[in-house]
Design a binder for this molecule. Structure first.
Ligand SMILES: Cc1cc2nc3c(=O)[nH]c(=O)nc-3n(C[C@H](O)[C@H](O)[C@H](O)COP(=O)(O)OP(=O)(O)OC[C@H]3O[C@@H](n4cnc5c(N)ncnc54)[C@H](O)[C@@H]3O)c2cc1C
Length: 440
């Protein structure tokens, strides 16, 4: 077991804390974890917000628990330790022609992090959230010991652990269901769109047609291309034309202390956006490898540094289908009033229903990255009001400034989640900066 004191930072650079860190390397250490103080599990520490650390809280790293425990290829089921990264898992599966259907955009993200944030992949509409593919888990808590919970038992431990942000204990392992890998190659095609509204119409109307479907839009300026962009579509090809898979990624360590030059700023944002637009245009009708499509951020770690040491803020909101026109009108008015450029905008289509504090439901998932500046903060403050007024829900694991009050108003099952966790753990041992801020 290695121990030490480290300063951890959230990916958006909004939260830094010096904390005690413990990294068990044997089951004895993990199962026998001491319950004498507040703690929280930590995967790769890549969350946008401070989800796996907090002031006065010990972080427990799962890095050493990264193995495959059992594998039944014919049954398409695998049991893995929670510290295994999705990239390592998929690299193992590819030779068996199998795919983990829901994967967030970076290969270093761990299975534990995927369960605890109940993440989505590139096509939530077709694949659902991560929990749709988890059959069983083993969770340890100092007071309850090691417990197994299953998806089909309607077990509160299972329900609260998926999208529970680490509050129910430490996930040691998970049994995941897999699907056949259609191919190692995806043909990407772009659909040009002229506005946010047209983008939402497009992803909504074409949702059945593609394996991948999301957009990039330009809100970096207020000219006639305001809101224009591309819908990126992808379909698995039958042929194995380009089977070379690159599993490597650029190191991404938000906690590393370094000088980050703010190359993305209000003066450069238009040019960066134009350059990105041109790069994207060149990717039309191209065959892309599974790794490139699954982990678009693998080689783009530098993007997060472009905002400098002040960092950035991300806001991701699920807008009901009958409200997105209104939403985009209000957003445009707000943005023009503030004169605040938005460097990154993306949309996806979702289906499902609101559950506890998971980011789930039916609608258009709309993501923006903004500058950590008074204007950027004013913009997101305005969006909080628009979100709540229009019945949208904001994702709690990406936005470092979201308040408990806003989340309580947006998530109908917020209290149910809190009560459920308190029943499992009256002492509420597992906390982080995120759970403290949101009073979860
Ligand atoms: C480049 C990039 C792209 C991303 N793309 C997407 C995306 O497409 N879709 C999406 O939904 N998200 C996306 N994310 C967000 C990311 O999937 C989540 O924040 C994820 O939780 C990070 O996993 P991690 O291993 O780094 O966990 P950490 O950041 O270390 O922890 C995240 C949470 O999981 C809990 N946790 C971790 N391991 C365990 C465990 N073993 N037991 C109990 N709790 C645990 C922690 O306590 C914490 O609450 C992206 C993030 C990045 C950096």
């Amino acid at each position: 077991m290695s121990v030490g004191r480290f300063t951890f930072a959230s990916l958006d650079q909004q939260t830094h804390h010096e904390v005690d860190y413990e990294e068990p390397d044997r089951y004895q250490g993990l199962y026998g974890i001491d319950g004498d103080r507040l703690m929280i599990a930590r995967g790769s520490g890549l969350s946008y917000v401070a989800a796996s650390f907090g002031e006065g809280v010990k972080s427990v790293g799962l890095r050493h628990f990264n193995r495959v425990l059992s594998f039944e290829p014919e049954e398409r089921r695998i049991r893995v330790e929670a510290g295994m990264t999705i990239g390592a898992l998929q690299a193992f599966l590819v030779d068996y022609g199998l795919l983990l259907p829901v994967q967030p955009g970076h290969p270093e993200i761990t299975v534990g992090g995927c369960v605890a944030c109940n993440v989505h992949g590139k096509n939530q509409y077709k694949e659902g959230l991560f929990d749709a593919w988890v059959d069983e888990m083993e969770v340890v808590h100092p007071d309850r010991g090691v417990q197994r919970c299953r998806a089909d038992d309607d077990d509160p431990l299972f329900r609260l652990t998926c999208g529970g942000y680490g509050t129910t204990g430490i996930i040691c392992s998970a049994v995941l269901r897999l699907v056949p890998l259609p191919s190692r190659v995806i043909r990407q095609k772009l659909i040009r769109v002229r506005s946010l509204e047209e983008t939402a119409d497009c992803v909504q109307e074409r949702k059945e047609d593609f394996d991948l479907l999301y957009s990039w839009n330009d809100l970096s300026g207020f000219g006639k291309t305001y809101g224009a962009g591309y819908v990126l579509t992808g379909v698995y090809e039958d042929e194995d034309a380009m089977a070379d898979l690159d599993w490597s990624s650029q190191p991404l360590d938000p906690s590393r202390r370094k000088a980050r030059l703010p190359l993305m700023n209000k003066l450069s944002v238009r040019s960066v956006s134009r350059a990105y637009h041109a790069m994207m245009k060149r990717s039309d009708n191209k065959l892309l490898s599974l790794t490139r499509v699954s982990y678009p951020a693998a080689k783009l770690g530098f993007y997060f540094d472009l905002y400098g040491n002040r960092g950035f803020l991300e806001h991701k909101v699920l807008i009901p289908l009958d409200r997105y026109r209104q939403y985009f009108e209000k957003l445009e008015r707000l943005q023009r009033d503030l004169g605040e450029p938005i460097p990154l905008v993306s949309m996806k289509v979702f289906r499902g229903s609101s559950r506890l504090v998971s980011y789930d439901g039916e609608g258009i998932s709309f993501t923006v990255d903004v500058f950590n500046s008074p204007g950027g903060r004013a913009l997101l403050g305005g969006l909080d009001t628009i979100d709540t007024d229009l019945g949208a829900i904001a994702s709690v694991y990406v936005d470092s400034r979201l308040s408990a009050e806003v989340v309580r108003r947006q998530y109908p099952e917020y209290e149910q989640f809190k009560e459920g966790v308190a029943r499992l753990d009256p002492k509420r041992l597992f906390r982080s900066s995120l759970t403290e801020r949101l009073d979860l």
